[in-house]
Design a protein around this ligand. Structure first.
Ligand code: PXG
Length: 293
């Protein structure tokens, strides 16, 4: 929900949301030439801000985008945007575009990148999905081959994921399972995927087309503290169908159970116990950790 009193941070200035506009010559718009992060604010604390800023830096480095701001400056701007909007809980969208340039793919004409920060309330998955679990479906659109554009780069090119999301939506599903070009499981359109089987957690490795999810990293930390081994291995749809439990992780979704994939029940078709334990532990961590505004 966007409120009309919202202030958006654009290149060092706070602008009313109605006036928060960028140039039609920004290569972010013209070519999707830019990167972004989606970050959560819990109870006045920005969750895992440093991890998000590190991923942003890596995305920038991978696409040869020189960011003229230090991590501290970006961190301060993120916190300032939350304070400016009197926000205590919500979602922060941090965007860095290549900036204004001329028509033509080359970013040489783009003299300075733009930074945009939007902090708003978040529309969550309805509570019933956490209680009953999600039904998801494998879609035909494959995750982009890392040799074409690394899926580890959180770029402004999301058409691949949007196609997959629309395919799922048209079939009546809320989320899509995406395979890579070799047919191994990559991730969902905005979430990483995990299975739990015979006492171990399994998730696809980055080279299979998974984003290095911040929430995925938190699940690794929780697994260590709970003594649950984690394997990063290629997974097939078969591995998911026969798993004891399945769940998705993401900044918006947190840890959400999956109970059906491709019309097949996962485990006994109800949210798994281990998934529940991870969600509880995740929520206890968000209450304790974070960069105070
Ligand atoms: N894979 C993809 C392709 C994503 O875009 C994740 C995995 C999970 O990563 P994190 O770091 O969030 O655990 C993402 C993140 C949105 C939205 O506005 C999308 C994400 C996160 C927050 C909001 O749809 N995707």
């Amino acid at each position: 929900m966007t409120t009309d009193i919202m202030k958006v941070y654009i290149d060092g200035q706070f602008v009313d949301s109605a006036d928060a506009k960028i140039s039609v010559f920004d290569h972010g718009l013209l070519y999707g030439d830019g990167i972004f992060e989606g970050i959560r604010l819990y109870d006045g604390c920005v969750f895992r801000l440093d991890e998000h800023l590190e991923r942003l830096e890596y995305s920038a480095k991978a696409v040869l985008l020189d960011m003229p701001w230090s991590r501290q400056e970006i961190s301060d701007a993120v916190c300032e945007t939350c304070r400016e909007n009197n926000l205590k809980n919500g979602y922060i969208r941090l965007i860095v575009t290549r900036g204004i340039g001329s028509l033509g793919l080359s970013p040489k004409s783009c003299k300075s990148p733009s930074i945009i920060i939007i902090a708003d309330v978040l529309s969550l998955y309805p509570k019933e999905y956490y209680e009953k679990g999600l039904d998801i479906i494998t879609v035909p659109t494959r995750r982009i081959n890392p040799a074409a554009l690394s899926p580890a780069v959180k770029s402004m090119n999301y058409l691949n994921n949007i196609m997959a999301k629309m395919e799922a939506d048209r079939l009546g599903y809320i989320e899509a399972l995406m395979l890579n070009d070799q047919g191994y499981v990559a991730e969902c359109t905005g979430d990483n995927v995990f299975i739990y089987h015979k006492g171990k957690l399994w998730t696809p490795p980055f080279h299979a087309g998974a984003l290095k999810g911040v929430t995925r990293g938190v699940v690794f930390d929780i697994a260590e503290s709970l003594g649950v081994p984690v394997e990063q291995e290629n997974l097939t749809r078969y591995d998911i169908w026969v798993a004891d439990e399945c769940f998705l992780t993401g900044t918006a979704a947190e840890v959400i159970p999956v109970v059906e994939v491709d019309g097949r029940k996962i485990g006994d078709g109800a949210p798994g116990k281990v998934t529940g334990d991870f969600l509880v532990e995740f929520r206890s961590r968000v209450a304790k950790e974070g960069t105070l505004l």
